[in-house]
Write a protein that binds this ligand. Structure first.
Ligand code: ADP
Ligand code: MG
Length: 487
């Protein structure tokens, strides 16, 4: 008798490591002075080096090295001050040399980690195995002609770093948090534009499963060329379920390279995995080993900006704000600069944060405007916030009337501007009393309901009074006055 145990997905655990390709935002290519920019007409950015003409020799671009090292420092890696380039040999139409220059045995950075915060607030550390330098390949175009494929070599030789993580990822949520953090980091360090749609950040996901509670790794499949964080999540979730189904039905996972079909959300085999030695790696004799001096490395270290995670930590400690608010500020250099300028002038620091991550961000988003282009300065905003906190004007009036007026006015005295626009909260209690009486008279049924205990109608009265006062009454004060009246 066979005792078939029923297995479910929850008995399995996902295991994944990512290979993240980052296109560096240098002006020129890694081994030539051809432009590395995106969007030119085909084959406008080519020289003998990009074309691999006989005798053309590569010459290393210093800016590439500095960007790779900055990334390595940010990811807590060891910098290999002596490293070298290898040739990875393969034949393809978009690779005229017949090999890609990359780093195999001795990459520029090794052994680091990154920490990411997950949705439940926990912090996950993911190991970084290595960061190596390499050149991008050209692009084959199969849709230009019925009979021929065309080749565009603009991208050939554009600098890339490949960041290889340890297989520490245990869920698609962790993978997406990791990529979000990486994108933030490359932008913050000015290493890459981090644009996934244009391919500046793309990744291969290695995925396997194992029974929960076991430690040995299962056989992995590698999903190639994922070009959005959403697709990384989808590919991982699909592949996890597929592998669980295969194993549950008694099958075995075959190591393979997969494509992701974004339309259907499925993976399919591309080719069986080449053995590493198919590439016949060997040191590139055209390039001398790279030697980074202590002085040079010290200079790069000294010039490193504070990292988003450090800034987040400092903001949380100094201003007693949540991780979400802090990382929002830390992840946006312009918003952060605005905050630091405004915080000196604001009476309640927490108010400035609330305004910036709340209504101001919403207002800018709506107008697709960056805060650097906003015609209200940090000091002006601080003054407006102080007026609100002092109950001189209401937030509603500030957002709808005072801030737009500041944008369009030469008047530099903000209290005077608010007064001239008649935005001041009315100190006139008589007028307020009058409004309250009018509202009571208008809603007799609700008044008696209130007196019988239906306290919920209070909001109606307050709202009506505020409407009559055209937003120029302090809601808290109105609330108290109305309650007094009804008592
Ligand atoms: P290769 O160079 O052949 O692609 P590597 O050993 O460099 O292989 O690993 C590539 C990536 O695959 C790394 O991110 C690594 O963490 C990950 N990886 C290795 N083994 C597994 C596994 N069994 N399951 C999931 N990911 C794995
Ligand atoms: Mg690989």
């Amino acid at each position: 008798m066979s005792t078939n145990t029923i297995t479910t997905a929850s008995e399995f655990e996902l295991v994944s490591g990512l290979e993240i390709h980052v296109q560096l935002n240098t002006n020129t290519k890694i081994f030539s002075s051809d432009s590395a920019s995106f969007g030119a007409k085909p084959n406008e950015h080519i020289s003998p080096v990009s074309l691999a003409l006989p005798g053309a020799l590569p010459k290393l671009n210093k800016a590439v090295v500095e960007k790779a090292v900055k990334m390595g420092l940010a990811l807590n890696c060891t910098i290999n001050q002596r490293n070298y380039f290898d040739r990875k040999n393969y034949f393809y139409a978009d690779l005229p040399k017949g090999y890609q220059i990359t780093q195999d045995n001795l990459p520029i950075c090794q052994g680091g980690y990154i920490e990411v915060t997950l949705g439940n607030g926990s912090v996950k550390r993911i190991g970084i195995n290595r960061i190596h330098l390499e050149e991008d390949a050209g692009k084959s175009m199969h849709d230009q002609n019925d009979r021929y494929s065309y080749v565009d070599l603009n991208r050939a030789g554009v600098p890339l770093i490949e960041i290889v993580t340890e297989a520490d990822i245990r869920s698609s949520e962790e993978a997406s948090a990791l990529l979000t953090e990486m994108r933030k980091l490359v932008r913050h360090l000015d290493v890459s534009d981090g644009n996934m749609e244009e391919g500046s950040l793309r990744c291969d996901a290695n995925i396997s499963i194992r029974k929960s509670g076991t430690t040995a790794f299962g056989t992995r499949c590698e999903v190639k060329n994922l070009n959005s964080i959403r697709n990384v999540r989808r590919a991982m979730d699909f592949e996890f379920n597929r592998q669980v189904d295969v194993v549950t039905e008694g099958g075995t996972i075959i190591q393979s390279t997969l494509n992701f079909d974004a339309e259907n959300g499925t993976t399919s085999p591309m080719r069986s995995k080449e053995m590493a030695n198919d590439y016949r790696y060997f040191p590139d004799p055209d390039l001398p080993p790279m030697v980074l001096s202590d002085q040079w490395l010290d200079r790069v270290k000294a010039a490193m900006p504070a990292l988003p995670s450090q800034i987040t930590q400092e903001l949380m400690e100094n201003y007693n704000i949540s991780n979400g608010e802090a990382s929002l500020l830390a992840g946006d250099a312009e918003l952060l600069a605005f905050f630091y300028k405004g915080v000196e002038a604001v009476k309640h620091k927490k108010s400035l944060i609330n305004w910036l991550v709340g209504p101001i961000r919403a207002l800018l988003n709506e107008r697709a405007l960056s805060i650097a282009a906003y015609h209200v300065t940090p000091l002006q905003l601080a003054e407006v916030i102080n007026l609100c906190d002092d109950k001189k004007i209401t937030q509603q009036v500030a957002l709808q009337q005072l801030l737009p007026a500041i944008e369009n006015s030469q008047q530099s005295n903000i209290p005077a501007l608010a007064k001239s626009l008649n935005l001041w909260i009315e100190e006139n209690d008589d007028e307020l009393e009058g409004f309250i009486d009018e509202v009571m008279a208008k809603y007799p049924a609700q008044v008696s309901a209130y007196k019988k205990g239906k306290k919920g109608v209070l909001g109606l009265f307050v709202g009506e009074v505020l409407k009559m006062a055209k937003g120029k009454a302090d809601p808290q004060k109105v609330n108290i006055q109305v309650q007094k009246k009804l008592a």
